[in-house]
Design a protein around this ligand. Structure first.
Ligand SMILES: [Zn+2]
Length: 350
């Protein structure tokens, strides 16, 4: 029902501006026309807050396969979105990091005392800049979590470091930003129940391990069954796709995963919107198109809004043959997030 809190797409049918046309606009790089802007009665701001930390660059050796520049390119793209405000987050406080990570691991990272194998598993050389960058990236997700509770939707233009475990990192992930943010919101009493909707092509193994056996946090991972990490952890719901899975197979899994996640009654969703299910991704192995990924994003924001659940979106991986493809996909996610319907209200713990 469209009550006073209802906003966003004015009736798609009568207006003739349904999801297909929205996708067309977004894929064409066009701006969303004024008529899909929030109506005046919306309790939420007309702007979405997004957090970025690309100025905290970590030094990588020549030829390193991690596309660090995607973050700057994404932020430059998002700067042109009139309905997104950009902020640099504080570094995550150690108290917040310590709610998830072991003291030994935290000290090892902060003081540069990790074993060589532990550094190799992370995949980045240790440097003070790596520590700062990692803390800022978690800080962006902490800030996005709070902003989502206030505004309905928010974004971190980094984060999604879902391969980080409590006691170790791997796969370009030092700290688990989403786990830290959920534990932080729970600790301050802002939420009790949360869901992680992880649609990056790689399993969110660190997140699954952190929340294993915790019935207040539902973990969903839709990923390539035969892709990294080759030893999977048990999420609450793992939907593994065969190599070469196409838009239909991917979206079917997304739909099932979303339905099951929202059925748990989360008070917030952290959405890991990896760009790497894309067909031209170097590390993806699926055959999902840009249109398929856009449809994925639309469904996440739409169904969470319909369920009254705020969403904080984080970027996750993206290793396109050309970095501009990765940036296109992440930017489209932000575009959809900013122009999506907001939840009518969010639940608060009683
Ligand atoms: Zn990934």
């Amino acid at each position: 029902m469209a009550g006073p809190n209802h906003c966003m797409y004015p009736d798609a049918d009568s207006d003739g501006f349904g999801i297909p046309r929205l996708l067309e606009y977004l894929l064409g790089g066009g701006r969303v026309p004024d008529r899909v802007r929030p109506v005046d009665s919306s309790p939420f701001p007309a702007f979405m807050r997004a957090f970025y930390c690309d100025e905290f660059v970590l030094p990588l050796p020549e030829g390193h396969r991690f596309p660090m520049e995607k973050y700057r390119l994404l932020r430059e793209r998002v700067t042109t979105y009139a309905d997104v405000t950009l902020e640099v987050p504080e570094a995550a406080p150690l108290t917040a990091l310590a709610r998830v990570h072991t003291t030994e691991y935290l000290e090892g990272v902060l003081e540069g005392r990790l074993e060589r194998d532990a550094v190799r598993a992370i995949g980045f050389p240790w440097s003070p800049e790596l520590v700062e960058r990692s803390r800022r990236s978690v800080g962006g997700t902490l800030a996005a979590g709070r902003a989502a509770l206030d505004d309905g939707t928010s974004a971190n233009l980094a984060g999604g470091t879902h391969h980080a475990f409590a006691h170790r990192g791997e796969g370009f992930c030092v700290f688990n930003d989403v786990a830290v943010a959920i534990r932080d919101l729970q600790a301050e009493g802002s939420v009790r129940r949360a869901a992680v909707v992880d649609l990056d092509v790689h399993q969110g193994n660190g997140t699954a391990a952190v929340f294993h056996g915790d019935d207040r946090v539902f973990t969903l991972s839709v990923h390539g069954a035969d892709n990294y990490p080759f030893r999977k952890e048990a999420s609450d719901l793992d939907l593994g796709l065969a190599d070469g899975a196409d838009d239909d197979e991917f979206l079917e899994a997304v739909e099932l995963g979303l339905e099951r996640s929202l059925a748990q009654g989360p008070e917030i969703v952290f959405y890991v919107a990896g760009a790497d299910p894309f067909e031209d991704d170097r590390l993806g192995r699926l055959s999902v198109t840009k249109a398929g990924l856009l449809e994925r994003d639309a469904r996440v924001f739409d169904e969470c809004a319909a369920a009254g659940v705020p969403v904080a979106v984080v970027m996750g991986g993206g290793y396109g043959q050309t970095v501009s493809d990765t940036v296109d996909i992440h930017a489209a996610t932000i575009r959809v997030a900013a122009s999506s319907r907001r939840p009518e209200r969010h639940r608060v713990p009683s």
